[in-house]
Ligand binder design. Structure first.
Ligand code: AMP
Length: 296
C-alpha cells in the first residue's frame, strides 16, 4: 500500500462487517463478485486481494459508517439503520438484497397501549437508536425520556427500566417471546453498499468496477433461471407471464417440431406460480437453477 503526495491512500479499502448478522452474506457476496478472500469469516482484520489494489477490512457494522464517512475506508457494507442513525453524509451505492429488518416502536402487550397517541409524556424508551428515536417522537409531539442501551432492548420493560422500546425487528419472534407488540415502524432497513463521497470521485474507475460486480451479484439474488420444454402452441400464452429480461429465449429441439425449449430469468417469488402455469400449459422437463451474477 502506498500513499500519494497528498497523503491519500491509493489502495481501495473496503470494509465488511466482522461479525453479526450482516457478516456472512457480505463476505459471500464479495466472493461471488469474484474477489478471492481467504478465510474471510475468520476473525482476521485485514485481507489483501490477489492481483488487485484492494484491501478488505473486517470491522463492526456500526464503525463502518463512521470510517466510510471519514474516508479511512472507501467503501463498506453496513445496515441502512446504522447510516440513518449516524446521520452521516455517505453515498448509497447499492441497496443490497439482504439484512432486511425494520426499526419498530414496541410496547408490552399488557400495557393497554395500541398506538403512539396512547403513550404518555415522560415515558421511558429504551433503544440503541437514540437519534432516530428522538426525531421520531419529536415529530409526533411526544416528550419521552430516552434510555440509551447498547443491545437487548426487549428485556428492559420487563425489568422495569423502560416503558417501551425502539428496536430492530425482522420476524417479530423476539418481541413475542418477550411479551411485546409493535405499534409503529420508524424506518425500514436492509444492507447497503456505501461509499465515501470523495473516494468515489478520486477512485472512480476502481469503485465503479467493484460496484458493478457487487450489483450483479445482488441483482441475481432475487432471480432464478428457468428452463422447460413447452408445446409450440402454448408459446404465446407462456410469453405473457414469463417476460424474462428481453423475452424468453426459445430454442428448437432436434427432431421435434411440436415442442421447443425455453430459457428465462424469473423473479424468485414468481417461480412457484410459473411452474404451476407451465405444467398447466403442457410443459415438461422444468429445471430451475440459481444465478450467480447478472451483468447487463
Ligand atoms: P450486528 O449487531 O452486528 O448483528 O448487526 C446488526 C445489523 O444487522 C443491524 O444494524 C441491521 O442492519 C441488521 N439486521 C437485520 N435484521 C436484524 C434484526 N432482526 N435485528 C437486528 N439487526 C438486524
Amino acid at each position: 500500500m502506498w500513499r500519494s503526495a497528498t497523503g491519500e491512500h491509493m489502495t481501495l479499502r473496503f470494509a465488511v462487517p466482522n461479525k453479526g448478522r450482516l457478516s456472512e452474506r457480505s463476505v459471500q457476496i464479495l466472493r461471488q463478485a469474484g474477489l478471492e478472500i481467504d478465510n474471510g469469516s475468520d476473525r482476521k482484520l485485514f485481507a489483501a486481494i490477489k492481483d488487485r489494489d484492494l484491501a478488505i477490512m473486517f470491522l463492526r457494522a456500526q464503525d463502518i459508517v463512521r470510517f466510510v464517512h471519514q474516508g479511512a475506508v472507501d467503501l463498506g457494507i453496513t445496515g441502512k439503520d446504522l447510516v440513518l442513525e449516524a446521520g452521516s453524509d455517505v453515498a448509497t451505492l447499492v441497496e443490497l438484497n439482504f439484512g432486511y429488518c425494520h426499526l419498530a416502536v414496541a410496547v408490552p402487550e399488557s400495557s393497554g397501549i395500541d398506538s403512539i397517541k396512547d403513550i404518555k409524556n415522560g415515558a421511558v424508551v429504551a433503544t440503541s437508536f437514540p437519534n432516530l428515536t428522538k426525531k421520531y417522537f419529536a415529530g409526533k409531539g411526544k416528550k419521552v425520556e430516552i434510555a440509551r442501551i447498547s443491545g437487548a432492548a426487549e428485556v428492559t420493560p420487563r425489568i422495569g427500566v423502560a416503558d417501551l422500546i425502539v428496536d430492530l425487528v425482522s420476524s417479530g419472534s423476539t418481541l413475542k417471546t418477550n411479551g411485546l407488540k409493535e405499534i409503529d415502524v420508524i424506518t425500514e432497513s436492509r444492507a447497503l453498499l456505501i461509499g465515501n463521497k470523495k473516494s468515489i470521485r478520486s477512485k472512480k474507475s476502481d469503485v465503479q468496477e467493484l460496484v458493478a460486480a457487487i450489483k450483479s451479484v445482488s441483482d441475481a439474488e432475487n432471480k432464478k433461471y428457468l428452463m422447460a420444454d413447452v408445446p409450440v402452441d402454448s408459446l404465446e400464452d407462456i410469453k405473457k407471464f414469463l417476460p424474462g429480461i428481453a423475452g424468453p429465449t426459445v430454442m428448437s429441439i432436434m427432431g421435434r417440431d411440436d415442442v421447443v425449449a425455453i430459457h428465462v430469468v424469473v423473479d424468485k417469488n414468481k417461480v412457484h406460480d410459473s411452474v404451476i402455469k407451465l405444467k398447466h400449459l403442457g410443459a415438461t422437463g422444468i429445471l430451475i437453477v440459481p444465478i450467480d451474477r447478472m451483468v447487463p
